[in-house]
Ligand binder design. Structure first.
Ligand code: HEC
Length: 133
């Protein structure tokens, strides 16, 4: 390799690494993709909370106070309206409880199986059914 092409390849490498560094710096600065008012999905849930208190504290920011997916996060995460007749007809209690327990892969729906008691899980399902209109 001639000295001049060696220098050229060195400056090319310099430019590439500067671009990479700039890209990483920008990624660190870019705004978070999660809505800021989402509850901390990892935090524990008080086992004494009623279903409606659990819903208000941990579910409503994404699903809406009445399950209607009428929040900014619902739009952002493509959350279904849980209050329609159609949704209710198409989801068994077992499916609903399973989704809450395990979460839904590749979505913002996290697993709550280790956070809610069996009683809370069962009551949250009843609460979701009560949103049906
Ligand atoms: C950070 C946002 C977020 C939070 C908080 C959240 N969910 Fe979800 N949930 C989602 C998303 C996204 C989906 C997947 C899209 C869908 O199915 O609606 C989902 C799906 C579901 C489903 C299945 C819906 C379906 O159509 O199959 C149920 C049931 C559910 N969530 C219940 C809950 C309950 C109960 C809580 C609180 C304990 C909760 N979610 C908290 C975002 C959230």
């Amino acid at each position: 390799m001639s000295p001049s092409s060696d220098a050229a390849s060195r400056s090319l490498r310099l430019v590439v690494s500067l671009l990479l560094a700039a890209g990483f710096a920008q990624a660190a600065d870019s705004p978070p993709t999660e809505a800021r008012n989402d509850p901390d999905t990892r935090a524990a849930v008080d086992p004494n909370l009623t279903a409606s208190a659990v819903w208000a504290a941990r579910c409503a920011s994404c699903h809406g106070q009445s399950g209607r997916a009428d929040t900014p996060s619902a739009g952002l995460y493509k959350v279904d309206d849980l209050s329609t007749q159609e949704w209710n007809a198409n989801h068994s209690d077992a499916e609903i409880i399973g989704d809450i327990r395990l979460g839904i892969a590749k979505t913002k729906m996290r697993s709550f199986g280790a956070k809610l008691t069996e009683k809370q899980l069962a009551e949250v399902v009843k609460l979701i059914r009560s949103f049906s209109r």
